[in-house]
Design a binder for this molecule. Sequence first.
Ligand code: MIC
Ligand code: SF4
Length: 754
Amino acid sequence: MAFDIDMIKKVYDNLDAKVTAARKVVNKPLTLTEKILYSHLWDGAATTAFERGKSYVDFAPDRVAMQDATAQMALLQFMQAGRPQVAVPSTVHCDHLIQAKEGADKDLATANTQNKEVYDFLSSVSNKYGLGFWKPGAGVIHQVVLENYAFPGGMMIGTDSHTVNAGGLGMVAIGVGGADACDVMAGLAWELKFPKLIGVKLTGKLSGWTSAKDVILKVAGILTVKGGTGAIVEYFGEGANSLSCTGKGTICNMGAEIGATTSIFGYDTKMADYLRGTDRADVASLADAVAHHLTGDEEVYANPELYFDQVIEINLSELEPHINGPFTPDLAWPLSKFAAAVKEGGWPTKLEVGLIGSCTNSSYEDITRAASIAQQAVDKNLQAKAEFTITPGSEQVRYTVDRDGYLKIFENMGGVVLANACGPCIGQWARHGAEKQEKNSIITSFNRNFAKRADGNPNTHSFVASPEIVTAFAIAGDLTFNPMTDTLTNKNGEQVKLDEPKGIELPIKGFAVEDAGFQAPAADGSAVQVLVSETSDRLQLLAPFAAWEGTDIKGLKLLIKAKGKCTTDHISMAGPWLKFRGHLDNISNNMLIGAINFFNEKADTVKNQLTGEYGAVPATQRAYKAAGIGSIVVGDENYGEGSSREHAAMEPRHLGVRAILVKSFARIHETNLKKQGMLALTFANNADYDKIQEDDQIDIIGLTSFAPNTPLSVVLNHKDGSKDEISVNHTYNAQQIEWFKAGGALNIIRASVK
Ligand code: MIC
Ligand code: SF4
């Protein structure tokens, strides 16, 4: 930790000078977001006022966090960067690879055996290059980061889209692909388009059944899965100050679901309490001394419409609990309207499973509020009708809630406590009977609910809500139940009503833990060996991608024209595929298998233009690759929404796809494609999507004069001999064009090492 407190001191020591410099160039009152961004400029100099949504800016993040499923690729890239040690404090967290099946102990033991090779790899790379390593069972990255590393006014990048969770502790924390993390660990700048700013003013105060989760469920309904793209969401107002620090974390966490670059709250007493409660009184004192720089200027919050690009106001006193879904996190239903929506939508009313926990909702407060509902099941003689699981976010939270008797309460209600890991949230759920693909409903306190995500069954209707609402629904076993108004029949045949949840923000006796699961790196790691077996099917050293051939790219086959939602879960599915995250060739066998082919409305069935036959997407692409023919993928809006996994960009690159042409991209995915040397293009005219035909041969023209802000042309050579020429846009800046030419950003770093 010493390393950290020194780093935090340095950030705070420089803050005043940097904010003052920013004030001069921006020349108006500053939002919190601007203060943090300007104080983290690469080289430190705030020389110009950046244009929001336009200027590419180089930043110097304070730390890097990576989870096991993305760290493998990030570190395989870092190993090629030729650096002896990471340049900024960095950590690896083993959380995604643990499958939920029988309960915490057994599942953890199984994971340790099955993933041994990967854990050994991550632990030895961490040891060698100076990264902190959090062992399997220590908890989910974002909860562990909030408890140990996040600090107000800091900047962090992480190889996971929910890195944004640390905004709850006043940090600009942003999800990125592994290649970006590799750059920062190698001591290079990190580039981001200066974001737009959305202000959310919170008035009033939460009460009763409503919780912090409902704020973001409501915001998701307002902004939709695309509405936050390219923007940082800054929360403020008296309502914000009344929310617990972990509640703020929940709100920021799910900001990933509206595509926001990140979300943030200003430093306040709730954050100070949380820092002190998690053994960081030293950080709280340092933050107190610079508190005025750790929140937006008063003028900004008094007249937000003058300083933010968009302002939303939510009155917490009037906010209802929300339930979002199915299949998308932005379909927001206030509790009072949900039962009708379920009936109208024809969604299965019987609830099969309620799942609480995950990185989104695992705080002491969440657990105690949910437990106050679970206790009533016992006290009021109710039999929980649905199955119920709890995935604690960290060993520290698990140990503490166990000590304080809360896990017992869930067990008494019939709940199963799973390992401190992602588990069902990322499809690491050996759900009994899921293979039958029956239509069914589940409700979780997680953040994402895309088709197939939790259990691989496309017919599972997954809904997202707060832990206390999930618990109440699990007791009722019925999606049309409204705990605020309805009664339930207990074992004695009596009608009983659930009382409002009650929670405790921070443990009265303090947090405790026996073994948090942390392994510090060797002081000198130069002698540590990192071994990757050539015959491994889990790990594969990376071979450099080929550089651009220097000409326009012609004769590309259309691999797939994806229809509708195409998230990173559709492009590179998680669940059973997570085990191949360190082996590019093997994981490429899942490429786009979830995407729906526009021409036949089927998943994983595309026409092979060489044979005329229909086959799986990866196999078809491998056939093109074997024949030395490139291809192109066409997609719809917000392509690559969801996760930060760069596999969704590396797989097509590895298999020979040359370009992705879509109506619009999600931020992280677009950057990931650029980093890997792919062409990420958007239709200048969205209606041109309709011109793409199944047997098209496609040329990309203009590459020899590829330049920022200059569209390229795409020629569609149709089977009947006719042609369409369309204009396509891109957002490459000069540096990113160099990545494309070199065949990927890593090739440039590699060249600089030699
Ligand atoms: C997710 O929630 O989808 C994940 C799994 O945490 C991903 C990262 C990954 O794909 O490994 C994310 O959100 O970035
Ligand atoms: Fe893990 Fe789910 Fe959180 Fe992603 S969203 S980090 S899979 S718990």
